[in-house]
Each structure stands twice: as structure tokens, then as C-alpha cells.
Design a protein. Structure first.
Length: 66
């Protein structure tokens, strides 16, 4: 899920960021949440990684490694 904060006042953005730090980020530390990874590419294959990204149909992040 996602949220667009662009139109929100700066104060509301700051409160939201603090709430995320308190309530959500700790869940990553204990392994309760994870970021799905669709595929990993070495940096030398950045063009292939972009092609994979542009193709759509993926669930997760495209990662470049160095």
C-alpha cells in the first residue's frame, strides 16, 4: 500500500514520518515485514535491469548490485 503526501502540509508529513519510524520501521528489524525483491542485477547489467523494470508484470524491487 502507498500514500501520497505531496499535497499535505509539511507538519502533517513530519507527523507521518515520525509515526512510521515508531510503528513500522521496527517491524523490519524483527523480520515481521520485508521488501519483496523481483530480481537482482549486477551494475554492469543496468540496461537489462531497466528493461526488466519497464516490462512490468513484476512484484517487488529491481536491485542493482556493485
Amino acid at each position: 500500500m502507498a500514500s501520497m503526501l505531496r499535497a499535505r502540509p509539511l507538519e502533517e508529513k513530519a507527523l507521518t514520518a515520525r509515526a512510521m519510524e515508531r510503528s513500522v520501521l521496527p517491524l523490519f528489524d524483527v523480520g515481521a515485514l520485508r521488501v519483496p525483491i523481483a530480481e537482482t542485477f549486477p551494475l554492469t547489467e543496468a540496461v537489462a535491469a531497466y528493461d526488466r523494470f519497464a516490462a512490468g508484470g513484476k512484484l517487488g524491487k529491481i536491485i542493482l548490485t556493485i
